[in-house]
Design a protein around this ligand. Structure first.
Ligand code: NAP
Length: 310
C-alpha cells in the first residue's frame, strides 16, 4: 500500500499552509483535496483582510498561490475525498474514493461548509450577491439594502457587522423565536439599521439571468402567502457544518460536530492534528486557518522526529 509520512486532509487555507510547512521540512506531504478543492476561499471574491496584500487579492488567486508555493517544496495533491480515516493502529490508514494509503502523521484540515438554503437560484448567485461571509463580502454592498437569513448568533453578528456598510439590513427568520443569545439579540434589536421579518422563508432569489441579486420572493410560513422584496444582497447566517463525517469515535467532536482539539491543534489520537474551520467555530478567518495550519505542520514534524520508527 502507498505509504506517506504525512497526509493532509483538505486543501483550504489551513491544509495548504500545513502542506507548505511540512513540504519545506522535507516530509513530502500528500494533500487529499476534498470535494471543494481550495475550500471556502475559492468561493469568495476579493479578500481584503489577509495581511500582505495592500489592494486585496481574489480568494481563488490567494489559494492558488499558496498551493503553488507548497508544490514548489514538493507537496503533492490528489483529487477526491477521504471516505474513512482508520486510527486503530499506526501507521494510520486512509480510505480514499479510489484506493487507500497509509500515513504516520495525519493533519485534518477538512474545513466547514456554510449551510445554504438549498435553492437553485441561491447556488447560481453565490459570489454575485449571495454570500455566507459578511466579513468577506459586506464591503461590496456599501449603501445598499441587504438581507441576512437566520435567527442564531451568527445571523445577529452578521447583521450587526453589515450595518457598517449597508443602508439597511433586514433580518429574515423562519420563526418568531430566536436561537440567538439574549445579549446578541438585544444588541441587534437596538440597532436602528436592522429591520425584522419573522415567520418568513426565502423561496427564490432573483435575478439569475442578470447574474445579480435584485429581489427575493418571501413566503409567510403560516399563511403561505408570497411577496417579492427588492434587495441587493442576501447573506446566509444559518450556521456552518464542519466536515467531520469521515472518522469514528477515536476523535472527539463537540455537540455541533466540530473536532475537539487541545493546545490548538492536538486531537486525542497521537500524530493526528487538526487545523482550520474543522476545529474552529470561533474565528473562521483565512489568516487564523493559515496560522493553525502552520501549528499543525510543526507539531506533525515534531511528532515524526520523536517517533522515527513509525
Ligand atoms: P445556530 O445557532 O444553529 O442557528 C442557526 C439559525 O439558522 C437558526 O435560527 C435556524 O432556524 C436557522 N436556520 C437553519 N437552517 C435554516 C434554513 N434551512 N432556512 C432558514 N433558517 C435556517 O447557528 P449559528 O448562529 O451559526 O451558531 C452556532 C454556534 O456558534 C452557536 O452555539 C452560537 O452561540 C455560536 N456563535 C457565537 C457567536 C458569538 O457569541 N459571538 C457568534 C456566532 C456563533 P431555527 O431557529 O428555526 O432552527
Amino acid at each position: 500500500m502507498e505509504a506517506r509520512k504525512v497526509a493532509i486532509i483538505g486543501s483550504g487555507c489551513a491544509g495548504l499552509t500545513a502542506a507548505l510547512y511540512t513540504a519545506r521540512a522535507g516530509l513530502q506531504p500528500l494533500v487529499i483535496e476534498g470535494d471543494e478543492s481550495g475550500g471556502q476561499l475559492s468561493l469568495t471574491t476579493l479578500v481584503e483582510n489577509f495581511p500582505g496584500f495592500v489592494e486585496g487579492i481574489q480568494g481563488p488567486e490567494l489559494i492558488d498561490n499558496i498551493r503553488r508555493q507548497a508544490e514548489r517544496f514538493g507537496a503533492e495533491f490528489r483529487n477526491g475525498r477521504v471516505k474513512r480515516l482508520w486510527l486503530e493502529r499506526q501507521p494510520y490508514r486512509l480510505e480514499l474514493e479510489e484506493g487507500e494509503l497509509e500515513a504516520s502523521a495525519v493533519i485534518i484540515a477538512a474545513g466547514a461548509r456554510a449551510r445554504w438554503l438549498g435553492l437553485e437560484s441561491e447556488q447560481a448567485l453565490i459570489g454575485h450577491g449571495v454570500s455566507s461571509c459578511a466579513t468577506c463580502d459586506g464591503f461590496f454592498f456599501r449603501g445598499r439594502d441587504i438581507i441576512v437569513v437566520g435567527g442564531g448568533d451568527s445571523a445577529m453578528e452578521e447583521a450587526m457587522f453589515l450595518t457598517r456598510f449597508a443602508q439597511s439590513v433586514t433580518l429574515v427568520h423562519r420563526r418568531d423565536q430566536f436561537r440567538a443569545s439574549l445579549i446578541m439579540l438585544q444588541r441587534a434589536k437596538e440597532n436602528p439599521k436592522i429591520r425584522w421579518i419573522t415567520n418568513a422563508e426565502i423561496v427564490e432569489i432573483r435575478d439569475v439571468a442578470r447574474q445579480e441579486v435584485t429581489s427575493v420572493v418571501l413566503q409567510d410560513t403560516r399563511s403561505g402567502k408570497r411577496r417579492e422584496m427588492p434587495i441587493a444582497a442576501v447573506f446566509l447566517g444559518i450556521g456552518h457544518v464542519p466536515n467531520t463525517g469521515f472518522f469514528g469515535a477515536d476523535l472527539e467532536t463537540d455537540s455541533d460536530g466540530y473536532l475537539v482539539t487541545r493546545d490548538y491543534v492536538f486531537t486525542r489520537a497521537p500524530g493526528v492534528f487538526a487545523c482550520g474551520d474543522v476545529q474552529d467555530r470561533r474565528y473562521r478567518q483565512a489568516i487564523t486557518a493559515a496560522g493553525s495550519g502552520c501549528m499543525a505542520a510543526i507539531e506533525a514534524e515534531r511528532y515524526l522526529q520523536e517517533h522515527a520508527g513509525i
